[in-house]
Ligand binder design. Sequence first.
Ligand code: FES
Length: 194
Amino acid sequence: MTHQQRTFAAEASRLPSKREHGVGKCVMSRRNFLLSSGAATAVVMVAASSGSAQQIPGVVATYPRKLIGKLSALKTDEPVGFEYPDEGAFARSVLIKLGREAGGGIGPQKDVVAFNNTCTHQGGELAGTYKADTKSLGACPLHLSTYDLTRHGILISGQAYQSLPQVLLELEGDDIYAVGVFGLIYGRFDNLQG
Ligand code: FES
């Protein structure tokens, strides 16, 4: 292990975990989230372009677990609406069994995902825009942004420049829980309002 790797490992080991804090925030890079299949683990990314170690943290806000559905009740390509992390503005979200493995997906096929339903561009309502053939949400009725639900809500096309916030899920038996949100919900300075 190089000196840089030892320094990185030491920094990562000091970061708080979601389990340690329960409710709150932990630091996490988007890259490692994309690699971790939805687990909200504290990590730091090292940028190598300058030749020196550099921390580039992202922020995952985590919340008390909320039961949002039953795995056995989901049907492929039939979205189910719910509100998370609260019932305030722009909290509307959608739970979908894609029938295809997806980033952050849960269940035996890793195909059950959830996303906030508000377009990150200017707040267009995305409910009812799910496309089963492309596993996407959109096009947004305002300016046509479309998001790939198999790849953490990354933008496929349109005016937005941020991915759709993904609701982090946990499975316990047949129960599906929402446990956090990756990304900032449109219209909020902080996902945890009030
Ligand atoms: S509000 Fe959705 S693309 Fe502009």
